[in-house]
Design a protein around this ligand. Sequence first.
Ligand SMILES: CC(C)(COP(=O)(O)OP(=O)(O)OC[C@H]1O[C@@H](n2cnc3c(N)ncnc32)[C@H](O)[C@@H]1OP(=O)(O)O)[C@@H](O)C(=O)NCCC(=O)NCCS
Length: 174
Amino acid sequence: MSAHIIPFKGITPNIAESAFIAPSTSIIGDVEIGEGSSIWFNCVLRGDVHAIRVGERSNIQDGTVIHVSNGTFSTTIGDDVLVGHNCMIHGCTLENGSFVGLGAIVMDGVVVESGGMVAAGALVTPGKRVRAGELRGGSPAKCLRQLTDEERASLTNGAGHYAKLAQTYKTELG
Ligand SMILES: CC(C)(COP(=O)(O)OP(=O)(O)OC[C@H]1O[C@@H](n2cnc3c(N)ncnc32)[C@H](O)[C@@H]1OP(=O)(O)O)[C@@H](O)C(=O)NCCC(=O)NCCS
């Protein structure tokens, strides 16, 4: 069992040794994934017409699609970022320690600042900024409220939990 790691136009995805890429996930072209990050089952990261970068200890949950816009918007995901199940992450920036809830759509030019949170099911429209400490949700997404201290702390704990679970999967699956 292995993931589909597919070179495109002479560029092979560059994946750190300690990253976990689940079988059934496809990673194509100009994609880099840092140490300790995890990309779970049935994801697609397609770096064909621009670059995709994922930092360290970040995790991308099952069924999420990450793409870019042709020559205009790359996708950059920092360190300790959590992206929930079934998200569409397109041509945007998720800064260190940010959080995207399950089923969210994040469009071109969006920036989710460190400590910002996108609620489950949100549609974050092009060019919007999700500020640090803000919960933005709905369709189209608006600021719902400020995060509590407990929620701010849990944003990074979630990524840490999955970083550990990923290492268990790496051992189990060989
Ligand atoms: C936003 C969230 C944290 C809930 O926040 P909450 O403050 O506890 O929400 P409540 O259920 O008390 O509802 C408060 C209000 O927010 C609204 N609301 C709650 N969740 C919402 C969401 N995801 N999107 C839009 N509005 C939402 C409610 O409708 C309610 O509105 P009202 O006051 O007009 O009636 C939760 O819905 C969420 O998105 N969690 C992310 C979980 C996730 O994706 N984890 C990833 C696991 S891999």
